[in-house]
Write a protein that binds this ligand. Structure first.
Ligand code: ADP
Ligand code: MG
Length: 268
């Protein structure tokens, strides 16, 4: 029996790294698009107050009437929060700066780490029939990121090929380990994907070699190259697969999607 036969609900993947600017949002948008192109039904949960995933998929601030914040607090129904995007089969739970007060607002709630998991397990979410839910995390290991990691089956970590990249990773791994000993014993590492890699740059090569030496199979074979088309696409509110399907960036995210589809990180 294949993994997808065994799985009941969607597979939930948190795209996380407490560093900003490492390619989380770019990975969430473009991996989600590549999976949708494969025929799967995908939801991106934008849980970063910056709302970059929402903007990058063409969901303007004026459309974000109900957001992930309302979903967390159960102040809106999933069907009133989730919005279609320009990509077929890809929906988004949008974010606004509202979410920046979430840490404070939920701090006294005794289920404060479990709110997203609870929200995503509502029958109404299940009725959408998503195959994957990707959560685009903020650049911090705050309560929002913890909510994402508690709701998730696995964590996918974009790692920018630069000096100190691996130091930041150990902090993230400790958080994952804590959650495995607590709120989410089944939490796995989906994989670490090297981003913004420049094949001609010795430092990029060094980070990749070190990552593969220390982390072995946890590192995806696919490496996302530094590609200017990837950085241009959000300003046209398009994923790379629509903006420039022949670019190196598009090619890389298609390959990453294939690896994620083959994932042995099963869902219990
Ligand atoms: P994060 O969500 O981790 O903060 P982003 O995905 O927003 O990071 O990426 C940070 C910036 O780098 C953005 O301007 C984005 O367009 C750009 N970027 C991301 N990945 C690449 C890449 N592979 N090549 C070139 N630019 C990239
Ligand atoms: Mg981001």
């Amino acid at each position: 029996m294949s993994e997808s036969d065994a799985r009941k609900g969607p597979k939930i993947i948190a795209v996380a790294n407490q560093k900003g600017g490492v390619g989380k949002t770019t990975t969430a948008i473009n991996l989600a698009t590549a999976l949708a192109v494969e025929g799967l039904k995908i939801l991106i949960v934008d849980i970063d107050p910056q709302g970059n995933a929402s903007t990058g998929l063409g969901v303007g601030a004026e459309q974000r009437d109900k957001t992930t914040f309302d979903l967390l607090l159960r102040e809106a129904e999933p069907r009133d929060v989730f919005l279609p995007t320009g990509v077929e089969r890809l929906m988004i739970s949008p974010a606004t700066t509202d979410l920046s007060s979430a840490d404070l607002e939920i701090a006294d709630n005794n289920r404060r780490s479990l709110l997203l998991r609870d929200a995503l397990h509502q029958p109404q979410v299940e009725s959408f029939g998503f195959d994957y839910i990707l959560i685009d995390c903020p650049p911090s290991l705050n309560l929002l990121t913890v909510n994402a990691m508690v709701a998730a089956h696995s964590v996918l970590v974009p790692l920018q090929a630069e000096f100190f990249a691996l130091e930041g990773l150990s902090q993230l791994m400790l958080t994952v380990r804590d959650l495995r000993q607590g709120a989410n014993p089944e939490l796995r590492i989906e994989g670490i994907v090297l981003t913004m890699s420049d094949a001609r740059n010795r430092l990029s090569q060094q980070v990749e070699n070190d990552a593969r030496a220390y982390l072995g199979d946890l590192v995806f074979e696919t490496v996302i190259p530094r590609n200017v088309r990837l950085s241009e696409a959000p300003s046209f509110a398009l994923p790379i697969l629509d903006y420039d399907p022949k670019s190196k960036g598009a090619e890389a995210y298609r390959a990453l999607a294939k690896e994620v589809l083959k994932s042995k990180v099963a869902v219990a």
